[in-house]
Ligand binder design. Structure first.
Ligand code: RIB
Length: 312
């Protein structure tokens, strides 16, 4: 079973040739609203890969919240653990996507910022040995740490996406309850205060993370710590929108571990899911299902790409 404990947002997306520079005005090529939020996105990807998936988080009592919960249920995510805040609005994210697919995101937390004791209690009721718990940092970081500790004590595997990194307070042992810390390059550099990715990973291991999986976008990924994997190249695809590619990666990694794949194979499946996600616009709506990931990997195998044996 996979549980995602985190944010639920409505994404307001503006597409343009390039993002405006400071003080500049540019004209958009189109805009859309779609379902997002790192916690919700990761849950959707896990559910799309047929893992039994629960989401614990909070929305406002507004139309965005209702639409988001309906959408999540339709994807097969159990939203029984999502509370409704009577005062705060549902979280929203403002996203600018450039022609090559690169994005810039500003999040307004709304109800996500009030996730706390009530949601921790719900999580406590769901945890059991063998659960894979997905955490991100769009809810208060103290609550993230409490969830990680609670899950670890109960024999769950804890995966933390340190995004947005600015909400994280680095202190000795901060990642002690984290089995897999999964930053992207920018987050790793900013959080560790170094441009050297190996050195950044070493900092995170020193702070208690058991394994660090560094997501390098189109350059691939590598892992160090209890599970080690040398730099695995990314699958090359035509990028339309990179939004939620990291969430797709995390959700697919969690679902694969839950389904008994070893970490090498889980990494490969995560890269395939992330690659497929960037070929489509949007967040949850861009995530591939089990058949698409398997078909993609089979095609890459036929092409002669080197993949871990157990990836399908
Ligand atoms: O990771 C992508 C997500 O970040 C978007 O869906 C947006 O809601 C923000 O949470």
């Amino acid at each position: 079973m996979v549980i995602s404990f985190g944010s639920i947002n409505m994404d307001l997306v503006v597409r343009c040739e390039r993002a405006p520079a400071q003080g500049e005005t540019v004209v958009s090529t189109g805009w859309l609203t779609n379902a997002g939020g790192k916690g919700a996105n990761q849950a959707v990807q896990a559910a799309r890969l047929r893992a039994e998936t629960y989401l614990v988080g909070r929305v406002g009592s507004d139309a965005f919240g209702r639409d988001l919960l309906n959408g999540l249920s339709a994807y097969g995510v159990n939203v029984g653990g999502v509370t409704v805040d009577p005062v705060l609005p549902t979280g929203v994210a403002f996203i600018v996507v450039e022609r090559g697919g690169e994005n810039r995101i500003v999040v307004v937390p709304g109800a996500n910022g009030a996730v706390g004791a009530a949601e921790l209690k719900i999580l406590d009721g769901l945890l059991q040995p063998g659960v894979v718990l997905l955490l991100q940092c769009e809810i208060p970081f103290a609550v993230v740490l409490e969830a990680a500790q609670m899950a670890h004590q109960r024999g769950a595997t804890v995966i933390l996406d340190p995004s947005p990194w600015e909400s994280i307070t680095l202190m000795p042992g901060v990642f002690t309850d984290v089995d897999y810390l999964m930053p992207n390059e920018g987050e790793a550099r900013a959080l560790a205060g170094t441009n050297d990715l190996d050195a950044a990973a070493a900092v995170f291991l020193g702070l208690g993370a058991r394994t660090v999986v560094l997501k390098r976008g189109e350059k691939g990924a590598f892992a160090v710590g209890a599970f080690e994997s040398p730099e695995v190249p990314a699958f090359s695809v035509v990028s339309v929108d990179t939004t939620a590619a990291g969430d797709s990666f995390q959700g697919a990694f969690a679902a694969s571990l839950d389904q008994g794949f070893d970490p090498d194979a889980a990494l490969c499946r995560a890269m395939a899911a992330g690659a497929l996600t960037v070929t489509r616009p949007g967040a949850q709506q861009s995530m591939p299902d089990e058949v698409e990931v398997t078909t993609f990997l089979e095609a890459r195998l036929r092409r002669g790409d080197h993949l871990p044996k157990q990836q399908i």
